[in-house]
Design a binder for this molecule. Structure first.
Ligand code: SF4
Length: 502
């Protein structure tokens, strides 16, 4: 086996994006796929007169849960244990990978089947298992295409969105035999034929696998029930046929009650696949003798999430239910695709979640991570479609501030300091305004250096011949009177966790 592809060492976003946008086939594939899904979503969301209320309820439930996350996690742990499961806590990716590898080794197996799971990609589980001599087989169709193609995922919901039918056929014909049942002779690139080839290839895996690894969309604290929402039925196979099931779940996936879950089961399918309800919703609680896996392990993963929780603005990102609606409407994602973001979480949610998980608040992140909050035009389309109302533009601006404070973007920091120095003093501001007004004919119409690319596509504002203040004095003979000072207001801290909410 060749070494697996990795996002490690990817260049910063502008560099990666430049190469992506110069690929016309990729742009065609992305445009077609994102527009199809976004149109379907808009249609089914438009059918619900109470969508705004549902959205507000989803955001409120997530915020309430995050405020008392410690309590709900302990309740979930107790419920899973009472139902015969075993709970493991993993502080980071290395610990989670070690726990899963140990559990698989204890079964004596060297192969596992996998349900599509973002969190296991986040921790690099397949690669960690491969290093231990354990082969992980992806069973979601798009993940299978990515795995067989020795590729990287480029979308949360449709990881092979950058591939078209002809490319998928070629991958199946070339690679399936090495991984199990080969592609049928004369395979065409018709969707039904490709799906049938994948079905035949995967069926052998489902029937022989003794261990499965999954993530979960939700974990209901009151009963310890895990929920996987999917469209193909591969998840149902993995969750019921093997003897041992290991589920790796981020700690933010917990919801307190079944009544809370109901809200998300309405929000998620419409936002992700544009369906009124998804075809398969699998739920399991611990183990049931004679039914499904005999051994169940839940690995609860932090991997930076408690640090995100500590940031009163950035913690909104933990509401995310990974529907990918924000990717499908993002004008930047539509042109670059997901690989340019250098992470398993691409698009607008990746631009706010990944820097936080990697510790941007500490000021010590690599240039690729520091470039992510800038991978946006701040148009706000992502916020409009987000089913849990994450104000992604607000978090992007907040993270840009952290990047600048941490020493990144020196030119921007220097410009902001200069502006602060000028605006801080009325005399200085007046002097600068008068100098700029007198020399305005000499000022360039094109920004110098790297700023030229920016000013080439925009009209730079003209410097006025006089400031408003000078105009007023000339017209009225005295400076405008200052308004009386407003009475001091107590500061309001947005998104503050109230201790008495607990
Ligand atoms: S940020 Fe919102 S729109 Fe984007 S994937 Fe998460 S829940 Fe969906």
């Amino acid at each position: 086996m060749t070494s697996p592809p990795t996002f490690l060492g990817m260049p910063p976003f502008p560099e990666a994006a430049r190469s992506a946008v110069s690929n016309p086939q990729l742009r065609h594939n992305l445009r077609k796929a994102t527009h199809t899904i976004r149109d379907k979503r808009a249609h089914v969301v438009g059918e619900l007169s109470d969508w705004a209320e549902l959205r507000a309820a989803g955001a409120a439930i997530k915020d309430r849960t995050l405020r008392r996350l410690d309590e709900y996690l302990l309740a979930a742990e107790a419920a899973v244990a009472a139902a015969g499961g075993t709970v493991h806590w993993a502080a980071d990716a290395a610990e989670a990978n070690r726990i899963v590898a140990d559990l698989v080794r204890a079964t004596g197996e060297t192969e596992v089947v996998k349900v599509k799971s973002m969190v296991t990609q986040e921790i690099g589980l397949n690669e960690a298992l491969a290093a231990e001599g354990i082969r992980a087989y992806e069973t979601d169709l798009a993940e299978l295409i990515v795995q067989l193609g020795d590729d990287l995922p480029s979308h949360i919901l449709v990881p092979a969105i950058h591939r078209n039918r002809a490319e998928i056929r070629e991958i199946f014909v070339r690679e399936m035999a090495e991984w199990g049942v080969p592609a049928p002779p004369g395979l065409s690139d018709e969707p039904a034929a490709l799906a049938e080839a994948a079905r035949r290839h995967l069926r052998e895996r489902f029937l022989s696998a003794k261990v499965a690894v999954s993530g979960a969309n939700f974990l209901v604290a009151e009963t310890g029930t895990l929920v996987v929402v999917e469209s193909e039925g591969n998840g149902r196979m993995c969750l019921t046929l093997p003897e041992t099931l290991i589920s790796v779940v981020g700690i933010e996936k917990v919801v307190p009650t079944w009544a809370d879950l109901e809200v998300f089961l309405q929000l998620l399918p419409r936002s992700s696949t544009g369906e009124r309800m998804n075809p398969y919703t699998s739920m399991w609680t611990g183990v049931t003798p004679g039914d499904g896996p005999r051994d169940f392990h839940l690995v609860l993963l932090d991997n930076g999430r408690t640090d995100v929780l500590a940031d009163t603005t950035g913690r909104q990102a933990l509401r995310c239910i990974r529907c990918s609606a924000c990717l499908n409407v993002c004008p930047v994602y539509e042109r670059t695709g997901g690989h340019a973001y250098g992470s398993v979480y691409p698009g607008p949610i990746g631009a706010i979640l990944v820097p936080q998980l990697r510790g941007v608040a500490t000021g010590k992140v690599d240039p690729q991570t520091a470039s992510l909050p800038y991978a946006s035009s701040l148009c706000g389309a992502c916020y409009e479609v987000c089913p849990v109302a994450i104000d992604i533009p607000e978090v992007l601006v907040h993270l840009r501030e952290q990047v600048v404070e941490g020493g990144g973007h020196r030119a921007e920091r220097a410009a902001m300091r200069a502006a602060e120095w000028v605006f801080d003093d009325a005399k200085r501001l007046r002097t600068v305004q008068r100098v700029a007004a007198r020399s305005r004919r000499l000022l360039p119409r094109r920004a110098p250096g790297p700023g030229a690319a920016w000013s080439d596509s925009r009209a730079l504002p003209e410097v006025p011949a006089q400031s408003f203040r000078d105009w007023w004095v000339r017209e009225r003979g005295a400076p405008p009177a200052r308004p009386p000072a407003a009475p001091a207001q107590p500061p309001v801290e947005k998104n503050r966790i109230e201790e008495d909410d607990r």
